[in-house]
Design a protein around this ligand. Structure first.
Ligand SMILES: Nc1ncnc2c1ncn2[C@@H]1O[C@H](COP(=O)(O)OP(=O)(O)O)[C@@H](O)[C@H]1O
Ligand SMILES: [Mg+2]
Length: 141
């Protein structure tokens, strides 16, 4: 399918001051394309949560966003520690975030459940010691 837009970002690990910049930029670009506000909101929330996860849990990674006529796809890849039990990690409130991360207001354990909630498709592939990829897709009505 023809692409309208492809965006790539490098996400810094453990850098809380720049965390969220990539999803904010995606939001801006989607607005420029004139997409529906509700679609933009869902993509921005899902991507923000995935971006924060790479900062907190994986020492950063990359994000690729592809906009085509019928859908927006987000691919997040990191070379972090991996997720031992994806099913457990998907549960609301589950978090392995350390205290210093909680003190900054992150680590409520709602990121993955919200990524699932706000997208039409979400797939996680993770290997311990190798890394994690998260694929998310939002249909454009
Ligand atoms: N990219 C990732 N790499 C390694 N572990 C992750 C990653 N994303 C999520 N996790 C694990 O899944 C848990 C749940 O994630 P999430 O629902 O976003 O909660 P939170 O980030 O608030 O801890 C995290 O605490 C962490 O253990
Ligand atoms: Mg999270």
């Amino acid at each position: 399918m023809s692409e309208l837009l492809k965006l790539s970002y490098q996400i810094d690990g453990d850098n809380f001051s720049s965390a969220g910049e990539a999803s904010a930029n995606v939001k801006k670009k989607l607005r420029q394309l004139g997409l529906d506000n509700e679609i933009i909101r869902r993509v921005a929330i899902a991507m923000y949560e995935g971006e924060i996860n790479m900062v907190i849990h994986a020492n950063g990674g990359t994000a690729e966003v592809t906009v085509s006529p019928k859908k927006i796809e987000i691919l997040l890849s990191d070379s972090g520690p991996g997720i031992e039990n994806v099913e457990l990690a998907m549960q609301e409130g589950y978090s392995t975030a350390p205290d210093n991360v909680h003190a900054l207001g992150f680590g409520a354990g709602m990121g993955l459940p919200n990524m699932k909630k706000y997208t039409d498709e979400m797939r996680i592939e993770s290997t311990i010691g190798v890394g994690t990829t998260v694929y998310m897709m939002v249909n454009i009505k």
